[in-house]
Design a protein around this ligand. Structure first.
Ligand SMILES: NC(=O)C1=CN([C@@H]2O[C@H](COP(=O)(O)OP(=O)(O)OC[C@H]3O[C@@H](n4cnc5c(N)ncnc54)[C@H](OP(=O)(O)O)[C@@H]3O)[C@@H](O)[C@H]2O)C=CC1
Ligand SMILES: O=C1O[C@H](COP(=O)(O)O)[C@@H](O)[C@H](O)[C@H]1O
Length: 489
């Protein structure tokens, strides 16, 4: 792995959950892997009144917690904490940025860092517009020297509709250049997600089958056992369609469905992703009713910060089509939900069955030959096919040939945020969403949101926590309906 050039990282929202649970643990892993720049510092900013030392003590706890049972060398941790600094600051007040600017200049000098600054917006989404605006007002959005740069990483959610995403894009593009904006989708940082591209485009055996002639359907699912926990306020305004499908599942689908780029560079890859999104067939109102199922787990309305009459969906199952040469007529399915029986994310490619049945027990239909790409947990790829049972006769049994990711390497499997932070520091945007892709995904999602808003509670189906979602998901006609591969046989 490469080491990034010297730079300063400024994290807005540094006292929050994301910083403590994900960002700083990821940066510590990069630190012990020798991948952080030689001259590097992290400046955390939020309103909570920490001194540098109090902030370090707080982050020490988070890092140790995130590492769980992994042994931590305390000298390494102490050295890492020394590059951590904190500024108590209210990002909603323009005047406060003078204080920020002074502290940034001081740190650059003190730590011998050139004029390269990465801003990370780990704040509530409302501030994705405000912080850049005030950075600009205070002359902090452009480099002060010729070889300097500014970059900004924007967390999800990126807008709540096509209109708001477009506004945010326009706003950010007035302040930063497109190539300085990194819109994060942590699913793209997962090793197994990146592996989809390698599986498809580094092997000659899959691509010839990867199309409408041989593929019967494609299912993409992300199930969670947890409910909304302490995120009721955000989630009740978002729902599963915005929270998981518009971003994570759409990105997984793009990797599974896209054409090969001519070269493995950020822009050609992102071009192919946009082409897939633009080829999705938009729904009519009737199709929304027939091909999109929304559910809510029993007890959701009693969760903290959730409206008692909320119609927010905690489950979505949907069927859609990609109208292009490769995928014409092949149904794609998304399934996602909270409070389901297990935590798992998978892509299942169902292949068409043989035209004629010769053997007893031979499986027919599309659940026989399938390729299961398990994103998490127990990252693996399994090919399922029929073989002869030992002994007399020719009775067929379905078997699986499995590759487990942990057999590939004993080395540390990087967390998604490690990969994504390092890429942004290196200036590689391949695994970040481009504005046109985001807008294209919202263009597909928006009509569903509008329709549901008009429908209120009509066609909102309830399910018990621990069930696989509402039974109505079955009407979509998917083979496994998002249930994990173990149970779908
Ligand atoms: N947590 C997660 O796992 C994930 C989070 N995200 C996104 O990341 C962002 C942050 O999430 P999360 O960390 O969970 O949220 P939190 O509410 O835990 O943290 C928000 C942070 O913003 C700071 N903040 C709030 N208001 C101000 C203000 N006026 N001025 C300066 N700082 C302010 C808060 O600090 P203080 O109160 O001290 O000012 C806090 O540090 C959100 O947009 C979320 O959608 C995305 C994916 C996963
Ligand atoms: O972005 C989000 O993702 C998580 C699921 O992420 P995973 O890596 O654990 O699969 C989800 O729980 C959360 O609601 C959503 O905002």
């Amino acid at each position: 792995m490469k080491r990034a050039n010297d730079q300063l990282l400024v994290i807005f929202g540094a006292s929050g959950d994301l910083t403590g649970r994900k960002l700083l643990p990821a940066l510590f892993e990069l630190f012990i892997g020798d991948m952080l720049p030689e001259h590097f510092a992290i400046l955390g900013a939020a309103r909570t009144a920490f001194t540098d030392d109090e902030f370090r003590a707080e982050q020490r706890k988070h890092i140790l917690e995130a590492r769980g049972n992994k042994e931590t060398n305390s000298a390494d941790l102490d050295r890492f904490l020394q590059i951590l600094f904190y500024l108590a600051f209210d990002s909603t007040k323009s005047a406060e940025y003078v204080k920020l600017k002074d502290r940034v200049h001081l740190l650059l000098q003190q730590e011998n860092i050139p004029d390269r600054i990465m801003y990370y917006l780990a704040t509530p989404p409302l501030m994705y517009e405000l912080v850049p605006k005030y950075l600009q007002e205070n002359g902090m959005n452009v480099a002060e020297s010729e070889d300097g740069w500014r970059r900004v990483i924007v967390e999800k959610p990126f807008g709540t509709s096509l209109e708001t995403a477009q506004e945010l894009n326009k706003h950010l593009c007035r302040i930063f250049d497109e190539n300085e904006i990194y819109r994060i989708d942590h699913y793209l940082g997962k090793e197994t997600v990146q592996n989809i591209l390698v599986l498809r485009f580094s092997n000659g055996i899959f691509e010839p089958l990867w199309n409408r002639n041989y593929v019967d359907s494609v299912e993409i699912s992300a199930s969670e056992t947890l409910g909304v926990e302490n995120r009721g306020k955000y989630y009740d305004g978002a729902g599963a369609l915005r929270d998981m499908i518009q971003n994570h599942l759409m990105q997984l689908m793009a990797f599974a469905a896209m054409e090969s780029p001519a070269v493995f560079d950020p822009e050609p890859i992102r071009d192919e992703i946009v082409k897939v999104f633009r080829a999705i067939r938009p729904y009519t109102i009737r199709e929304i009713n027939e091909q999109v199922v929304r559910g809510q787990y029993d007890g959701y309305r009693e969760e903290k910060n959730v409206a008692p009459d909320s119609n927010t969906e905690t489950y979505v199952g949907m069927k859609f089509f990609i109208d292009n040469w490769r995928w014409s007529g092949v149904p794609f399915y998304f399934f996602t939900g909270k409070k389901l029986p297990e935590k798992s994310s998978e892509i299942v490619i169902h292949f068409k069955s043989t035209p004629h049945q010769l053997f007893a027990g031979q499986c027919s239909g599309s659940s026989c030959n399938k390729l299961v790409i398990r994103i998490q947990p127990d990252e693996s790829i399994t090919l399922r096919f029929g073989l002869k049972m030992p002994g007399a006769g020719f009775t067929v049994k379905q078997v699986g040939m499995e590759f487990r990711y942990d057999s590939l390497s004993k080395t540390h499997l990087p967390d998604a945020y490690e990969r994504l932070l390092l890429d942004a520091m290196l200036g590689d945007s391949t695994l970040y969403a481009r504005s046109d892709a985001l807008e294209a995904s919202w263009r597909f999602i928006d009509p569903i949101l509008h329709h549901w808003k008009e429908e209120g509670s009509k066609n909102l189906f309830f399910y018990e926590p621990g069930q696989n979602g509402p039974l109505e998901r079955m009407m979509l006609g998917a083979d496994s309906a998002g249930d994990s591969c173990d149970s779908c046989g």
